[in-house]
Design a protein around this ligand. Structure first.
Ligand SMILES: [Zn+2]
Length: 405
């Protein structure tokens, strides 16, 4: 297969995933179209596929409105929050200590400053959930406010390049909430103690989704699992995050079309990396309970193919023999360089289960993680993709797999 042909395929895949399909957030119709597309494409390339279904809530809003003494404030419904239409006294807190002192039942609580610096980890997110997040959540749940307003800044490492970011994005948290900029929060503080009205025209919608895995090779006792999350945040085409990862899997599937090795190669479209409940990842873990020891290596692609700069690979706990072979292959590639470990991806699941992993991404995103304004925004668009980077990564992975087998 010529490079040109891979490049055409890559473009077609990107167009399908980001333009033909209307958004790939978990629980939505577009998300199901994307997993179906992944499955049929792999089957056409001769891979045996398996889909596993899970329940997942979709969500929509028709907007939110906040009025204090006749003045309008710009607010947005927090993703996956229930809607509300309340008139109540405004209270505020900038620290957990202040929040704990509030008698907040039936009031509207404004969280601003220090307490609103980070996006709260979802209640049921098991992989990483700091104590102070859990304390804020349980304090709010026991305090029973009618609604919550969060005034947030810019924190791309935890919330992507979105400003303001929703401090609460959790379908398992049932107190209605909205979010606003720090500037609006400052302005609203003047109305603390006064009665304000807040309306968020949002609703939760029951839905489902699928993980799709494709398999080739003889022995299930030895597996190399190559993963990319197929879901995208609401409101973004999700080109770099992470249509490009899925495209690498599809290109790799074609490069390995004749693979007959002993080691089983498993290509997995994970569904839920950018969704509060990570349902696809949780399902994969439960399906592989007791089987993680079969996995020789995980290779995860997330954030690859940015048009500026080269690609990075990061190594996580590789056994020394494998590390030498992997480095010999990857370090010789012109557009690939070794980068630092980064935890914000599905490879972390395998690392937590004691399995070695390699993560591929764009060097630019690792270098600009704390300042970039692309991830999870409309700017994560097909026009910022360099298809050559995707072909290079797929070719390198194909070479790695054959060398390890
Ligand atoms: Zn991602």
């Amino acid at each position: 297969m010529q490079n040109n042909s891979f490049s055409d395929k890559s473009r077609q895949y990107l167009q399908t995933l980001c333009e033909t399909i209307p958004g790939r957030c978990v629980g939505s119709e577009g998300n199901r179209q994307a997993t179906q597309f992944f499955k049929t494409t792999l089957e056409a390339l001769g891979w045996q596929t398996r889909s596993s279904e899970f329940e997942a809530m979709d969500w929509q809003t028709r907007g939110a409105e906040l009025i204090a003494e006749g003045l309008n404030f710009e607010v947005f419904s927090s993703p996956y929050s229930p809607g509300c239409d309340v008139k109540a006294r405004l209270l505020d807190a900038s620290t957990l200590q202040e929040l704990e002192k509030l008698k907040m039942e039936d009031a509207i609580v404004l969280l601003h400053g220090e307490i609103a610096a980070e996006q709260l980890m979802p209640k049921n997110f098991v992989f990483y959930n700091p104590d102070h997040h859990q304390k804020i959540v349980s304090c709010l749940e026991s305090g029973k406010p009618a609604a919550i307003i969060t005034a947030t800044g810019f924190n791309p490492e935890l919330a992507g390049g979105v400003y303001p970011f929703p401090m609460i994005e959790d379908g398992d948290f049932d107190i209605p909430s909205v979010f606003m900029t720090e500037e609006e929060g400052e302005r609203l503080l003047a109305y603390s103690g006064k009665v304000i009205s807040l309306k968020s025209d949002a609703e939760r919608i029951q839905g489902n989704g699928y993980n799709v895995a494709a398999i080739k090779g003889k022995s299930a006792e030895k597996r190399i699992v190559v993963t990319a999350h197929i879901d995208a945040k609401k409101g973004t085409p999700g080109a770099i995050d992470n249509a490009t990862g899925v495209i690498v899997l599809l290109l790799l599937a074609e490069m390995l079309a004749d693979y007959t090795g002993d080691t089983q190669v498993e290509l997995v479209a994970f569904n839920g990396e950018d969704y509060y409940a990570v349902p696809g990842q949780m399902l994969y873990i439960s399906e592989n309970q007791g089987l993680f020891d079969q996995i020789l290596l995980n290779i995860n692609i997330d954030g690859a193919g940015y048009y500026e700069g080269i690609s990075c690979f990061s190594l996580f706990s590789l056994p020394s023999g494998m590390e030498t072979r992997v480095k010999a292959i990857l370090s010789s590639q012109e557009h690939l360089t070794e980068g630092p470990e980064w935890p914000q991806g599905d490879h972390s699941i395998f690392v937590q289960f004691g399995r070695p992993a390699i993560a591929f991404t764009s060097k630019w995103f690792l270098d600009n993680m704390s300042t970039q304004r692309i991830t999870h925004t409309p700017s994560d668009h097909p026009r910022i993709v360099n298809h050559q980077r995707l072909i290079e990564i797929a070719a390198a992975i194909s070479q790695l797999i054959k060398a390890i087998d």
